[in-house]
Design a protein around this ligand. Structure first.
Ligand SMILES: *Cc1c(COP(=O)(O)O)cnc(C)c1O
Length: 230
């Protein structure tokens, strides 16, 4: 199956349930991204700032780029001019920097709070209480150049279906609670980014509005040119 065939399959499946597809192009050559672009895909997700910046410079300007990997505060400045959505906000400190760089670029940057839902030590993200504390903080309340449009989560690797579904459902419940408590009158808080190649069906069952699919579209990831953020 070609990239275009894979995309078509997802498009048909996701359109039916009104879920948005983020094509995760990390570790793929720019030519593969262009192939997907020519097949109609416009939204791409990348993990690593350097890789994202290099691709953004050589690919069509109407691509909507999402950052989905851990973001270090000192790298926000490189993506602030063009990023469409930062899905991986995992601290107040990071959000403060995004707000600052967005202001410098005279933009409002959309962000998702990444919530820790997996039963593992290795994943980034805010705990439930930390997310609530962030939303209640004076620093956040005063921010003018970021907009929180939802939540993102990554389920445990290699878990049984039941556990994966439970993790996604917990995130959905948190989303509903945060919506009511903090964004009741704010229509832009509406995204729940959960689900990847292996678990997107369970994520949709639990209420996902955007899935992040890489290997099912592009095949195996190519040689790493860039070091993963740590
Ligand atoms: C790599 C990655 C994906 C895509 O993973 P696949 O299993 O290739 O679909 C989705 N979300 C995040 C945060 C990722 O790092």
């Amino acid at each position: 199956m070609s990239i275009a065939d894979n995309l078509l399959k997802y498009k048909n499946e996701l359109d039916e349930v009104a879920v948005k597809l983020i094509a995760v192009s990390k570790y793929q050559e720019a030519s593969a991204v262009l192939e997907a672009y020519n097949a109609g895909q416009r939204v791409f997700g990348e993990n690593i700032v350097q890789e994202l910046v290099e691709k953004q410079a050589q690919l069509p300007p109407d691509i909507e780029w999402h950052l989905i990997g851990h973001l270090q505060t000192n790298k926000v400045k490189y993506i602030a001019p063009f990023i469409s959505l930062i899905q991986s906000v995992d601290s107040l400190k990071l959000l403060i920097e995004i707000n600052k760089q967005a202001a410098k670029n005279k933009r409002v940057i959309d962000c998702l709070l990444q919530i820790y839902i997996a039963d593992e030590d290795t994943k980034f993200g805010l705990g439930y209480d930390e997310a609530i504390d962030l939303l209640r903080s004076e620093e956040f309340t005063a921010m003018k150049n970021v907009r929180i449009t939802g939540l993102m989560g990554i389920a445990s690797n290699n878990a049984l279906e039941k556990q994966t579904l439970d993790e996604f459902t917990e995130l959905r419940v948190l989303f509903d609670g945060i919506k009511v408590s903090f964004f009741r009158k704010d229509d832009s808080f509406k995204e729940l980014s959960m689900g990847m190649s292996g678990d997107y069906k369970l994520a949709i069952e639990a209420g996902s509005t955007m899935v992040r699919v890489g290997s099912n579209i592009f095949g195996k990831r190519k040689i790493k040119h860039w070091k993963e953020e740590v």
